[in-house]
Design a protein around this ligand. Sequence first.
Ligand code: HPA
Length: 248
Amino acid sequence: MLAIIGGSGLTHLANLTVSQRLAVRTPYGEPSGPLTIGAVAGREIVFLARHGYGHTIPPHQVNYRANIWALHAQGVTDIVSIASVGGIRADLLPGVIAVPDQIIDYTHGRASTFFTLEDRGVQHVDFTWPYSGGLRERCLRAARRAGVPVIDGGVYAATQGPRLETAAEINRLERDGAAMVGMTGMPEAILAREIGVNYAAVSLVANHAAGRGGSAASISMLDVAAILDGGMGKVRMIIEQMAGSDGD
Ligand code: HPA
């Protein structure tokens, strides 16, 4: 079953016919909220708002382990993360959608593994390609069917937040090879890998990253909100195609 974790700008799915809201208890505490179970395009999917349905949980305080554990416990096999990002690479302009293929993790102090309980022992998990190739392809095909242009690939830099970056930090991320920057991609991706769930991300560029283009002097939250409003309509079209396609 497919799950969507919605980030800023996507706290609910307008095209979801809700059948159930499910509060799940986990060994790691509370998820960001109850899982919303319902149908998109006639197929059952699960939705979870990463920052809570009232958008009250900042990126560094999201209980990523509880969220991933709860989805897995519900029978979810594929998670698509919807997240807004700042665009670093020149073609990642506000409003553009990308399906990243790599991650650099700059976060710290987050509970980032399931392998801490005594019975699970120490494990070293392969993470060479952090996103599921098959699920990325499914996102790209769904976007093509929806007629929504998306950029295939790019390095996602996960920063700690909740503050935005300095211009110098963005220059450093660019030197590291990052194409886009967001605050929630990690540890979500590794936790999905650890628990054996496919994971891919659809990133909506909400703003030029700090110091770039329209963000040369500062990042306008009003502009960000307007871009998210417009862009999430396109993201919903992609989700609808994904839900309807059953993996092909
Ligand atoms: N930086 C980090 N995270 C973000 C940004 C940004 O510029 N825009 C949206 N999420």
